[in-house]
Ligand binder design. Structure first.
Ligand code: SF4
Length: 446
């Protein structure tokens, strides 16, 4: 790393490519903002960039493959550009990635917040790139991130890392131990988002229910303090572990000012046997209890659930059992992932690998079930009134937004509706059945 002379950034343009989770997208937006503040503008479509930033993911072999493909494509499309790779794959395979053709610098997770410091004078490296990643167990710093996504919402990172070590997961190796900033720092970030006109904040992290471990606070206290921030009309809690989603949190959300009736809860496996093999910290009965608790106090809440199919040890019988369990859950949608072998994980020691064809079959079955559940959830809202926060439409696309309980709603473009809470009547499905149509506009709700 060398001292930076910001004059080299004058008239320079950067492109950004992100893979993986919401947290990664939010962190890319923060990197982009830092570079913009240093005078590096974001390249427009079709422009050749001087700097390429790739924020990688290592959740599956496929994600790693996509990252390498993205590097090759960006190097080809932007000849001579300075190429930086960061993110989980960069943390786990820094040395290997530094040897990819055209890569100049590979930055581990702890350096993600300081990309600017590693751009040097943008001179390409002659041979292999340099890499900077410290062992994950030593990663203690918290890189703040609160940024506007490409739509209307802000993503506020409240926690990073994980101490759970589920047998199939590489995240603790990539992102380090669980850590979080203090509540007051996050409240300040939420106030800043409100000051910039933000109305909705999605609370993100790796294991957000673990919030407070490093500061002696709790996730519920964070939720209560954020709820008081003026100007923010909506919060959504992104994925939260079922064992950490306490009944108190559910009850608070039900009566809160701005926390939406929307939950995203990872189940991962629908049988106790596979949950045990995965070292998950709950069983199916705890999970079922959480779903019924949410339904008891928020009958119309949207509940999205993550499931992994084809983990080692998931026999045909155990999958059948899981399918039956999931079918009976009163949930709104599934996010289905195929199990992917990850080097260094304990899961590799488990017997009973599932063939790719069988993983595909199971995945298709659950995707079908998910669609049935989502359509049924949407359908029962037809004819009702709802408040939608509309997003800026993409050229040639209908205007869209979400209700408080995360139903996608579309209407004809109207620039007055952008980032406004609009009360509408829900009138039926759009052609692809991916959204409900706003039949009648009743008025503004903000
Ligand atoms: S809870 Fe388990 S699956 Fe989730 S990040 Fe932590 S180790 Fe990975």
């Amino acid at each position: 790393m060398q001292m930076i002379d910001k004059s080299v950034f004058k008239d320079k343009k950067a492109v950004y490519y992100t893979l993986g989770c919401k947290l990664n997208f939010s962190e890319t937006a923060t990197i982009e903002r830092q570079l913009q503040e240093a005078g590096i503008r974001t390249a427009k479509r079709g422009e050749t960039a001087d700097i390429c930033i790739i924020n990688s993911c290592a959740v599956t072999q496929e994600a790693e493959k996509k990252c390498r493909q993205a590097i090759h494509k960006l190097v080809r499309q932007n000849p001579g550009a300075f190429v930086v790779v960061t993110g989980c794959y960069a943390q786990l395979s820094a040395e290997k990635l530094s040897k990819e053709l055209g890569v100049d610098v590979v930055l581990g997770i702890d350096k993600k917040g300081n990309v600017l410091d590693y751009l040097g004078n943008l001179a390409k490296h002659e041979d292999a790139g340099e890499w900077f990643a410290q062992p994950s167990k030593d990663i203690r710093n918290f890189v703040h991130s609160c940024s506007r996504g490409d739509r209307t919402r802000y993503f506020l990172k409240v926690q990073d890392g994980c101490d759970y070590f589920c047998t199939y997961c590489t995240i603790p190796f990539a992102r380090g131990r669980s850590r979080n900033p203090r509540i007051e720092e996050l409240v300040e970030k939420a106030r800043m988002a409100a000051g910039e006109g933000g109305k909705e904040i999605v609370i993100t992290g790796v294991n957000i229910g673990d919030f407070g471990k490093s500061t002696g606070e709790s996730f519920l206290s964070l939720v209560k303090e954020l709820d008081k921030v003026e100007g923010i009309s909506r919060y959504r809690i992104s994925s939260i572990e079922p064992n950490l989603l306490t009944d108190e949190i559910i009850e608070y959300v039900a009566s809160s000012r701005a926390f939406m009736p929307h939950f995203h809860i990872p189940l991962q496996a629908g049988s106790d046997e596979v949950l045990k093999l995965m070292h998950r910290r709950y069983d199916t009965s705890l999970f079922a209890h959480k779903i019924s608790k949410v339904r008891e106090v928020m009958p119309d809440a949207f509940i999205g659930v993550d499931v992994i199919v084809g983990a080692r040890g998931e026999s045909d019988e155990l999958f059948e059992k899981a399918y039956g369990f999931i079918k009976d859950l009163e949930i709104s949608q599934l996010h289905v992932f195929s199990y992917s072998e990850r080097p260094g994980t304990q899961a590799l020691k488990i017997d009973g690998a599932v063939s790719p064809a069988e993983k595909h079959r199971r995945s298709q079955l659950l995707i079908g079930l998910s669609e049935e559940k989502r359509l049924a959830f949407y359908e029962r809202h037809i004819g009702r009134e709802a408040v939608v926060l509309f997003e800026k439409p993409r050229p040639g696309m209908p205007m869209g937004g979400f209700t408080d309980n995360y139903i996608r709603v579309e209407c004809a473009p109207n620039k007055d509706f952008v980032n406004r809470l609009v009360r509408v009547r829900l009138d039926g499905f759009n052609e692809e059945k991916s959204a409900l149509l706003a039949g009648g506009i009743i008025g503004y709700a903000d």
